[in-house]
Design a protein around this ligand. Structure first.
Ligand SMILES: Nc1ncnc2c1ncn2[C@@H]1O[C@H](COP(=O)(O)OS(=O)(=O)O)[C@@H](OP(=O)(O)O)[C@H]1O
Ligand SMILES: Nc1ncnc2c1ncn2[C@@H]1O[C@H](COP(=O)(O)OP(=O)(O)O)[C@@H](O)[C@H]1O
Length: 225
């Protein structure tokens, strides 16, 4: 007989550590936060986050970058990747695809990891489509639970036509041909942020460096760097 989840949760007690967040941040000389890039596939999330990461690293800031494609190779791998090592039942339970519930779990896992990293004092950059407002808002609530406005949502607002014309991985072409189901912007929804901390206009012909600089300026103005 398996234990019910409520029975288990009663037995899990939060452990306070001697080296707390404040001590970790004192060593790093900065406050941790999560800079959450969201937008359509091909909008420029990874490229801008990467450029920002380089800028901050050069300034001596402790950062980390979690990126959709990379995380889906490990923490949030699809069933097909898990099956050979872990078997069919495991891969079906824990492997993630692109249905709404799978995306919800993807963002929940990443949000938890990002919150832990911010709690370790890192400027944590993330680049995920994260199409559902509710999922992003849940991460915001978890990250801001510790009292600060540590969740900074960056909407990379690039029109679908531009994303589709870039199509660096040929995914839009496949989605249009019906070879990929639930493709964001084509056959799956994208819920734009209503009041992101930063909106980058990806349709205005601005360079990657200009956009990354805008985010860096925001961090500076808000005493993050
Ligand atoms: N159906 C579908 N919809 C959207 N994107 C798809 C899909 N299938 C594969 N891909 C590729 O996976 C990347 C998105 O993964 P994410 O983890 O960011 O997605 S999500 O946040 O859970 O929605 C996304 O990466 P980016 O292009 O960097 O955004 C795509 O390359
Ligand atoms: N501001 C920009 N101007 C021109 N091209 C861009 C810009 N930002 C990104 N790109 C290009 O668009 C493509 C998709 O960018 P990428 O960062 O991979 O998007 P995402 O991570 O949102 O899927 C890449 O080929 C990248 O070089």
């Amino acid at each position: 007989m398996s234990e019910s989840s409520s029975d288990i949760s009663d037995d899990i007690v939060w452990h306070e550590h001697s080296v707390d967040r404040a001590l970790r941040e004192k060593v790093l000389g900065q406050r941790g936060c999560v800079v959450w890039f969201t937008g359509l596939s091909g909008c420029g999330k990874s490229t801008v986050a990467n450029a920002l990461d380089v800028m901050l690293n050069r300034q001596g800031r402790a950062t980390t970058l979690l990126d959709g494609d990379n995380v889906r190779h490990g923490l949030c791998a699809p069933p097909a990747v898990l099956a050979s090592e872990h078997g069919e039942e495991f891969s079906q339970r824990f492997g993630l695809g692109f249905g709404a519930v799978d995306r919800e779990e993807n963002i929940r896992r990443i949000g938890s990891v990002a919150a832990l990293m911010a709690g370790a004092g890192l400027i944590t950059l993330t680049a995920f489509v994260s199409p559902y407002r509710k999922d992003r808002d849940r991460v915001r609530a978890i990250v801001n639970e510790t009292g600060g406005d540590d969740f900074i949502e960056v909407f990379v607002d690039t029109p679908l036509e531009i994303c589709e014309s870039r199509d660096p991985k040929g995914l839009y072409k496949k989605a249009r041909a019906g070879e990929i189901k639930n493709f964001t912007g084509i056959s799956d929804p994208y819920e734009s942020p209503e009041s992101p901390e930063i909106r980058l206009d990806g349709g205005a012909g601005r360079s990657v460096v200009e956009m990354a600089t805008e985010v860096a300026e925001y961090l500076k103005q808000h005493n993050r760097i």
